[in-house]
Design a binder for this molecule. Structure first.
Ligand code: ZN
Length: 46
């Protein structure tokens, strides 16, 4: 599986552009994209 994300796509936590090295978090519904490891480290709110 290959995931790619537009560098201008918004971070799923803070809405900043994810940039060229986004962090991904796979959830059952979708793959989220984050701008950094800090944003990726979400509490599980599901
Ligand atoms: Zn972020």
């Amino acid at each position: 599986m290959t995931e790619s994300l537009d560098p201008k796509a918004p971070c799923d936590l803070c809405s900043l552009p994810v940039g060229v090295k986004p962090c991904f978090l796979a959830t059952p519904e979708k793959t989220l994209g984050f701008c950094c490891e800090g944003c990726k480290d979400l509490p599980d709110v599901a």
